[in-house]
Design a protein. Structure first.
Length: 667
């Protein structure tokens, strides 16, 4: 995957993850061997990990003031995004016209008919996905069983479970699971649960019923008789696997992300297999266990009754209409398209087997997918960041080329009044200090997002608007999550200085995990701020905001002077994460203006440098490349299940997709 054939092309995954291959020789330095505090008692629970609206986009943090060069560059980039959105929505010759606004009023393909209803729905989605708490909940205190992903697809996402359960019987293991007070023998990260803020309930659309748990049966009920199309890169393919895990009790045959065919899903729901087995279905007891069988989460005593092994609860079972086939099933398609290129011509250059993006020299893989639009009722789109240009393409990073429709770009340059179109940006030399390097990457990242990434997205959305029966299709934009640059940094586990009242996360996590691999590093107790994202391996004791120290009785540490002495070691990684921040901020506000809803996956995942594909290798200190981007399934805290599948369910409930028949063409 990382080999560059003939020196001519290189996959983007290799480019993003290239920093893992080129880690400094001392990257895996020995852990601090100083004395450790006694392990906490088994019944000690960590404080909730809180996410708020002010963490979206990440705050600057680091104790640096508003006049700092990094702060000024970051605020300028966010301002550029606001100006671009305003120019597109109010002055663009296509998107600002009355005809276009009429076609995109509300949310096409749903019962959301007005722009006011759309705004309410989007605010609710943003709140439930990015405002709330991750709480430690090893025992289920609800009446219904917790739905757990039983992964049945590709082996990559099963690495955490494989490492955890294969190590269970190892004689060298010092982690005695029998002494665990909760008795749930799973990775510690799975014992966290997401609780949206109470504020979100006040934003809930009136058409959406309350108390809708994340449920496989409910998901299939909402998708019944529909055709779903996922388009995007390999991260989108992993979510395709997650959908298959949740909508089937058996392993689905798939030829991989390049040759994926159509999948019938939710077919078990039409048979007797799911009837009367709600609790067993949600807990995974009805699934074929391709890899490992995970134990179900134990209930608290108040919900346990002798002779009721499945904890069936009548009010939990979804009120489903009789499962009758109308001649149309439920289908899932995935198409690999790194550029998200929606050309209607199969002979477009971007669909060639080897195509290098002219603005960065990195290979894009794009399958033709425009023909699948007419067959689809729900289209879920995602477009990855473009990636830091290779040195051979730095001069051409923002050059015009024949592959891009530039009328959007020219109009933005004329009407947005943003400085991003006028400034010339260059990549800071390798010997530059941390501040200079960070500022240059911020400026290049926002310019790449607005000048190259955005026009490509607008071209695709414009193509979709022209498609036949657009008014009958629901389009969702799926936000990207960041690469966790510190997921394999054991030296960062040296406990920082803490106040007397601060929770000792490191000691607690070691007690929970022992020496058993699987989860890797503990979660962040607060969402990483911008400085932590820029310098993931040098800012271990970062603060979530500048006044956290005051809450614990200490003064905030001013890191501004330290940053000047740091080096930005991994520009490709940092550039990727900056683009993720900017493009999510852009699409969160722009997509609804075009009749497209936005799903935020970045916020909840921001604290989870845990349960990644690379996490089981932490103890072995591998010399080769590691994947600190893709999550194992189940994901930590079920973050992807909550933000992606849970977000989809919320959209479909608001859309009125209750056993309605799809309008897409026949398969």
């Amino acid at each position: 995957m990382w080999k560059q054939p003939g020196g001519q092309s290189q996959s983007y995954a290799g480019s993003i993850m290239g920093w893992f291959r080129n880690r400094p020789s001392d990257f895996f330095s020995k852990q601090h061997s100083g004395g450790q505090s006694p392990p906490p008692a088994d019944n000690v629970s960590p404080p909730p990990i809180t996410l708020s609206a002010s963490d979206r986009p990440p705050r600057i943090g680091g104790g640096i003031g508003p006049g700092h060069l990094i702060a000024k560059a970051y605020r300028s980039a966010l301002k550029d995004i606001e100006l671009s959105i305003f120019a597109l929505a109010n002055h663009h010759p296509v998107f600002s016209t009355a005809e276009f606004k009429a076609r995109t009023r509300g949310v096409p393909g749903t019962q959301v008919a007005s722009n006011a209803e759309r705004q309410v729905l989007q605010r609710w989605l943003d709140c439930t996905s990015g405002e709330g708490e991750w709480r430690w909940e090893p025992l289920n205190d609800r009446a219904e069983p917790r739905t757990i992903t039983v992964h049945k697809q590709g082996p990559r996402e099963a690495k955490c479970e494989r490492a955890f359960y294969e190590h269970q019987g190892a004689p060298q293991s010092q982690f005695n699971r029998s002494r665990s007070p909760d008795g749930w023998q799973v990775r510690p990260s799975l014992k966290f649960r997401w609780y949206p803020s109470s504020r979100c309930e006040t934003l809930r659309p009136k058409t959406v019923p309350t108390n809708q748990p994340l449920s496989r049966r409910s998901l299939c009920r909402l998708l019944r008789h529909k055709s779903i199309l996922l388009v995007g890169d390999v991260s989108q393919y992993s979510l395709h696997d997650l959908l298959l895990d949740w909508t089937s009790t058996k392993q689905a045959s798939c030829a991989g992300n390049l040759y994926c065919k159509i999948h019938p899903i939710c077919s078990d729901e039409l048979g007797h297999h799911w009837d009367g087995n709600s609790s067993q279905l949600e807990s995974g007891e009805l699934d074929a266990h391709v890899y490992f069988k995970m134990p179900t989460q134990p209930f608290k005593q108040s919900y346990f009754s002798v002779g009721n092994d499945t904890h069936t609860n009548d009010h939990y079972s979804p009120s489903l209409s009789p499962s009758k086939s109308n001649g149309r099933g439920t289908f899932l398609r995935y198409r690999r398209s790194d550029s998200l290129w929606a050309s209607s011509s199969p002979t477009d250059d971007r669909f060639q087997p080897i195509w290098l993006h002219p603005n960065n020299g990195i290979r894009d893989i794009n399958n033709f997918w425009y023909g699948d639009i007419r067959k689809s009722d729900l289209i879920i789109l995602s477009k990855r960041p473009l990636g830091l240009p290779r040195h051979s393409h730095l001069r051409e990073a923002f050059a015009h080329n024949k592959h891009l429709s530039f009328h959007h770009l020219e109009y933005l340059r004329k009407h947005s009044h943003s400085q991003v179109w006028r400034r010339e940006v260059t990549l800071a030399p390798d010997y530059s200090d941390g501040i200079t390097s960070a500022v240059s990457l911020i400026k290049i990242a926002i310019k790449m997002v607005l000048e190259v990434w955005l026009p490509e997205v607008l071209f695709t959305l414009f193509q979709l608007q022209k498609s036949h029966q657009r008014e009958d299709r629901l389009i969702v934009w799926r936000g990207e999550w960041r690469v966790h640059g510190d997921c394999l940094s054991p030296e960062l586990d040296v406990p920082p200085q803490r106040g007397q009242d601060e929770f000792d996360w490191d000691t607690w996590w070691k007690e929970q995990q022992g020496d058993v691999p699987g989860d890797g590093r503990r979660p962040h107790p607060t969402p990483p701020d911008l400085v932590a994202i820029l310098f993931p391996n040098q800012y271990a004791s970062h603060l979530a905001d500048d006044d956290v120290g005051d809450k614990s009785g200490k003064k905030s540490r001013n890191m501004g002077s330290d940053i000047a002495d740091w080096k930005l070691k991994d520009p490709r990684l940092v550039f990727h994460n900056l683009e993720v921040i900017f493009q999510n901020q852009l699409m969160r506000k722009l997509a609804p203006e075009l009749g497209v809803l936005f799903l935020d996956l970045e916020s909840q995942a921001s604290v989870w440098r845990t349960g990644l594909v690379a996490s089981p290798t932490l103890a072995h200190l591998p010399p080769g490349p590691s994947d600190c981007f893709h999550y194992c399934f189940p994901s930590p805290g079920l973050t992807l299940e909550e933000s992606f599948l849970g977000g989809l369910m919320k959209i479909l409930l608001a859309a009125g997709w209750n056993d309605s028949t799809g309008t897409g063409s026949k398969i």
